[in-house]
Every structure is written in C-alpha cells, then in structure tokens.
Design a protein around this ligand. Structure first.
Ligand SMILES: [Zn+2]
Length: 300
C-alpha cells in the first residue's frame, strides 16, 4: 500500500501578515480522499524527528537556535516567518514524515509526504519557508542506517535546491540534481552534482526534452539504489513566483517521466511536495494531486 505522511499541523496557519499558502496541505489529502484515489488507510501521522538524526545533516549551533526558538530576527526574516513552537513542531513532523516515507518506499516502491521539499535549508541556515531540509535529513538517515548506499535527489521545484546542494557538497554517496529557473530565488546558487538552469518562460516541449536528457544523465552518473523526488508545482505558467510556463499536462508528464524511470529501474522513491504558488489554489492542488494519481496508476 502507498503510504502518505500527513499531520493536521502541516496546515497550521502562519502568523498574521504571512502569506505562504498553508491551505494546500489540507486540501491535497481532502481532494484525494474525495475523488477516491486514496482512503484514510493510506495516510499516517508522523512523530517528531529526533535531535540525533537532525544532527546528521544540520549544524548543532543552528539546530539549538531552532530548538530554543532563539534565532535572530535577521535569521527569521531569511526563513520568511517568525518562528514559534508550533511551526517548529510542524517542521519536525514533516521531517520525520519524510524519513518514515523513505522506509515505506523501501518496502512498497513509493511513498509520499504531503509537505516537505524544504530544500532551501542548509547545514546551518533556514531560508525560504524551510527550517530543516527533510529530504537531506532522510538521505543522511538512510546512509547512516545502511539502508541505501547511493542516493539520487531529483529536485524539479522551480527554485534551486541550494540547501540540499550545500549539505551534500562533499558527500559522494548523494547525487543532487536540480532543474530550476536561472533568474529566480535563490539568487546565490550553490553547486549541485547536476544543475540545469532554465531561462524564464520555458514551456512544456523544451522543459520535457531537457528533463529527458538530464534525467538519463543523473541516473547514469548517480547509480542510485534510492531516489528522492521533490515535485514542486511552481513550474506552472499560472504560478506567481515560478517564471516558467509549463501547462498542467506538462507538469504531469514531468512527474510521469520521473516516476516511470524509478518504476522501470525498480528503485524506491520518496516524494515530497515542495512549492506551488498559482493564484487559484485549485491549480496548485490539482497539479499536486496529479503526482499521486500517477503513482497510484503506476505502482498499485
Ligand atoms: Zn519552489
């Protein structure tokens, strides 16, 4: 059975004046349940990740400032919202959700986290709504527990996976592949194992042909036994931040190429959602739900 990490705190409202869309974390499972793609059996509520596991990926001083809610005002501005106990707990549950989902992927082929994809968090900083880097923490966890030897992180969120790239810059067992808008946030990019920067306005055909070539390259170079996929839907033309111009069908084809490749190669894959900022929440939810619909077609 395909397992999906979710917790009510995922949709916890941000403090007044902060407009990061949290509603999708409630609407994605609701839509999937409503249409019958999933049942409540597919969902599980993750606990909070423990400190020793966090410290495999994040520096102690940074983690302690998060834990004690003592991050400076400047550091909180870089994150994009003021830190509080519930937002920290939310992040700890998201991170554990990705670890649990990685375990489920090892048994079932694929597993999801309704949130996660917090790829801007680096070893000693939080940024762009990301406190801890869920897939980086889960990747280091798998290596540490000897559950994987070579990991490929496929990051197709429109923003570069700068935190992920930095965390693994000296780790040959983790191959980081990021396809992203060249002229988009973060403006100071880190160096991934394979970066594919795209011009503004790129549409389906160009995007998908570049993905086809580079996905092949990434698998060949990484030789993975485990895959993490960050399936941000801020590549859509309707997205307010993305600057690319993919259609919803193009975005679904993108997911299909990744999931099909994992399935064909018999590689377990954990999927985290990442960004999505279309003006109409229905576009965000529908595009995210497409990733699940594909997985339930391919893997069940
Ligand atoms: Zn993004």
């Amino acid at each position: 059975m395909i397992k999906i990490a979710w917790h009510p705190l995922y949709a916890h409202p941000l403090p007044e004046g902060h407009r990061f869309p949290m509603l999708k974390y409630e609407l994605i499972p609701e839509q999937l349940l409503h249409e019958g793609t999933i049942t409540s059996q597919n969902l599980f509520n993750p606990e909070q990740v423990s400190e020793d596991i966090i410290l495999l990926s994040h520096e102690k001083a940074y983690w302690e400032q998060l834990r004690d809610l003592t991050l400076s005002a400047k550091d909180q501005r870089r994150i994009g919202f003021p830190l509080n106990a519930q937002l920290l707990e939310r992040e700890l549950r998201i991170t554990q959700g990705t670890i649990d989902a990685a375990h489920f992927a090892l048994t079932n082929g694929i597993a999801f986290n309704v949130a996660g994809g917090t790829h801007h968090a680096g070893s000693n900083w939080g940024e762009g709504f990301c406190l801890l880097n869920d897939q980086a923490v889960a990747a280091n966890y798998l290596l540490n527990k000897n559950l994987a030897q070579q990991i490929l992180i496929i990051d197709l969120d429109v923003h570069q996976g700068n935190g992920t790239a930095e965390i693994f810059q000296n780790e040959p067992r983790v191959f980081t592949f990021s396809m992203h808008g060249d002229k988009n946030f973060p403006f100071r990019k880190e160096i991934s194992s394979l970066d594919v920067p795209l011009d503004d306005g790129v549409q389906d055909e160009e995007y998908l042909s570049s993905l086809s070539v580079n996905l092949k390259k990434a698998f060949e170079r990484a030789k993975p036994d485990f895959v993490f996929y960050l399936s941000g839907v801020d590549v859509l033309f309707t997205d307010k931040l993305g600057k690319l111009a993919l259609s919803k069908a193009g975005c679904k084809e993108r997911d299909s190429m990744v999931l099909q490749a994992c399935k064909n190669k018999n590689l377990p894959v954990q999927v985290s959602m990442g960004g999505g900022y279309s003006a109409d929440i229905r576009d965000i939810v529908d595009a995210h739900c497409n990733t699940y619909r594909l997985a339930f077609d391919l893997f069940v």
